[in-house]
Design a protein around this ligand. Structure first.
Ligand code: 5GP
Ligand code: MN
Length: 364
C-alpha cells in the first residue's frame, strides 16, 4: 500500500535514522576539513533544497561545505541558493574547478541520487576519490556498496524530508525544529514541497509532521510556495497551452505523451526548469494510465515518466528509457543514434507509442 508504511518499512525507516548512525555522520563531519555536497544532474527542487539544507546546517555547526553541481540550477530555484551561492561550484560553468573541489574533499555527501552516474560528468572524480562518502537518498535501488554510511528510505516524500528527520535527531537540534537554521529549514520545506508536487503525491504521515513542525517553528510556507509556483515567465504558460492543445497524444492503451522538439523549445525560448510539472498534467485525464514528456536535446531526448497506482513508471523507464527513479515518477533518456537510428521527434514518437503500448498491454 502506498499511503501507509508497512510495519517492516516503518521499522526500516526508523532504523535508517538510528541515532547511532546519525552520530557517525556527525563525527565524520567534525573530522573532515573539506566537505563536498553533490546531487544529481539537472537539479530539481529536492536536489537543491536538500543540498542547501545540509549546507546551511553544516555551516551552522562550524564548517563551510562546497556544493558541487553537474549543471546550473533553474532560475526558479535561485531563491534557495542565493545565500551560500559563492560556495556552489558548477561543472558546466567551470569543469576543472568543480572536479578539483571533488578531488580535494575528504568527505562527500551524495544527496537525492542513487548512483554516481546520476552526477554525470562528476562520476569519475567521485569514484576516484577514496574519501568517506555518505548517501542520503530516496530513490529505488541505491548503489549502497559505494558508500561508508547510507541513509536510504524509498517510502518517503523526498530527500529533503529524510534529511529533515536526520537533522532533527542531531544533538544540537534535538527534535526542536525551531533550532534549525532558518535557511536550512526553508530549503528543506521547499525540497519536500516540490517533490510532492505541493502535497499531491508521495505524502506520508511523517511528511505532514515535518510541515507542521516547520510551520510551528515560524517558517513562512506561503512565501516559499509563492517563490516556487508564482514566479514563472509567461512563456511557460504559453508553451503549456500549445502542448496541451496541439502536441499531446493519447494512445488507445492509455499513455499520454508530449514531445518538446528543439524548434518548439526555441519558439518559446524555453529555459531549464520551465517544464517542471508538465508531465503530471495528463494524469488528470480519466483514461490516462501513464504520462511521458520527451525533451529533445542535440544527441538525445530527456524523458520523464509518471504513472497512476498499479503501473510502474520506474519499470517502464528502466526497460525502455535507460533510466529509473521511483515507482510512480521516473526519468531517463533516449539516445538518438543508439536508440532511434539517428531519428528525431517523429522516431521518438513512434518508439514511445510502441514501447508504452507493449508495456501497458503486458500489464492489463
Ligand atoms: P524527472 O522526470 O522529474 O526528471 O525525474 C523523476 C524522477 O526520476 C526523479 O526522482 C529523478 O531523480 C529520476 N530520474 C530522472 N532521470 C533519471 C535517469 O536518467 N536515471 C535514473 N535512474 N533516474 C532518473
Ligand atoms: Mn527527490
Amino acid at each position: 500500500m502506498k499511503e501507509k508504511l508497512s510495519r517492516r518499512q516503518y521499522i526500516e525507516y526508523m532504523e535508517n535514522i538510528n541515532p547511532a548512525i546519525v552520530m557517525s555522520m556527525r563525527t565524520m563531519t567534525e573530522k573532515a576539513e573539506n566537505i563536498a555536497i553533490v546531487t544529481h544532474m539537472h537539479p530539481d527542487g529536492d536536489a537543491i533544497g536538500s543540498s542547501m539544507g545540509l549546507f546551511h546546517y553544516i555551516r551552522y555547526t562550524g564548517k563551510t561545505p562546497t556544493v558541487i553541481l553537474n549543471d546550473r540550477y533553474p532560475d526558479s530555484l535561485s531563491f534557495l541558493a542565493g545565500e551560500g551561492k559563492e560556495r556552489i561550484s558548477v561543472y558546466e560553468d567551470s569543469p576543472e574547478k568543480a572536479l578539483d573541489a571533488i578531488r580535494r574533499s575528504d568527505l562527500i555527501f551524495c544527496l537525492d541520487m542513487n548512483s554516481f552516474g546520476r552526477a554525470e560528468n562528476l562520476e569519475k572524480a567521485l569514484r576516484e576519490n577514496r574519501c568517506p562518502k555518505i548517501l542520503i537518498d530516496h530513490h529505488l535501488n541505491p548503489d549502497a556498496g559505494e558508500f561508508d554510511l547510507v541513509f536510504s528510505v524509498t517510502e518517503i516524500s523526498s530527500t529533503a524530508e529524510l534529511l529533515y528527520h536526520i537533522l532533527m535527531s542531531c544533538p544540537e537540534i534535538c527534535g526542536d525544529a525551531s533550532r534549525l537554521p532558518v535557511k536550512a529549514a526553508e530549503a528543506l520545506l521547499a525540497g519536500m514541497t516540490t517533490d510532492t508536487n505541493n502535497f499531491s503525491n508521495s505524502v506520508f504521515p511523517s511528511t505532514f509532521r515535518m510541515a507542521s513542525e516547520l510551520l510551528g517553528a515560524g517558517i513562512d510556507r506561503d512565501a516559499i510556495v509563492a517563490s516556487l509556483y508564482n514566479n514563472y515567465r509567461e512563456n511557460r504558460f504559453r508553451l503549456m497551452g500549445e502542448l496541451l492543445h496541439e502536441v499531446m497524444k493519447i494512445t488507445p492503451e492509455g499513455a499520454a505523451y508530449m514531445i518538446i522538439s528543439k524548434e518548439l523549445a526555441k519558439k518559446y525560448d524555453l529555459r531549464e526548469g520551465e517544464t517542471e510539472g508538465f508531465v503530471n498534467m495528463a494524469l488528470g485525464i480519466k483514461n490516462v494510465r501513464m504520462s511521458l514528456l520527451l525533451k529533445e536535446e542535440d544527441d538525445r531526448f530527456r524523458v520523464s515518466v509518471r504513472s497512476k497506482r498499479g503501473i510502474s513508471a520506474n519499470r517502464c523507464a528502466a526497460l525502455y528509457f535507460n533510466g529509473g527513479g521511483h515507482e510512480l515518477a521516473a526519468g531517463g533518456k533516449l539516445l538518438k543514434e543508439k536508440d532511434l537510428d539517428g531519428g528525431g521527434p517523429e522516431k521518438a514518437a513512434s518508439y514511445t507509442e510502441r514501447v508504452t503500448g507493449k508495456f501497458l498491454n503486458d500489464i492489463q
